[in-house]
Design a protein around this ligand. Sequence first.
Ligand SMILES: [Zn+2]
Length: 159
Amino acid sequence: MAFLYIDSFVPGASELPGIVDDKNFLLKRIKLVLLKISGPPVITSYGYLYPEPPKGLDRRRDGLKANYKKIWDDTIIAFDWNTYGATANVKTYEINIGEFFLKKEIHDLDMQKVVLHETLHLMVDLPNSFSFALHHGQINKIISKGLNLPGPPNPFCPD
Ligand SMILES: [Zn+2]
């Protein structure tokens, strides 16, 4: 079950009021996106667990690793001040969302594409020696053609 690390999104006591508001808003948006991507979470005291891998993926059509469902189970989604955009770590399966996404004018659909983009970096079956840039063709195709999401598949060109 993918783990949404709620505490990382919860504003700290020392954060400015504007940031508190933005972080609460982003957390709400991420929950909405994950509900759409995966379905309802299991709510625990330390975070939300999302049992189902992203809806609509097809291992063969999308060229995913055989264990992509297991990868989803080990994925952690967190807010990170040291990240600007969004990143995926193929070794720890950690997806970090950074301060760029605190902007309220970002659309839910674009946030959905970003979370899918980072998740797919972990799941596409390409050699580790391939740079992330080489993943992008396949990831964009999955988002546009496989999952049929309208508009540009990679609206902010995240890593
Ligand atoms: Zn990328």
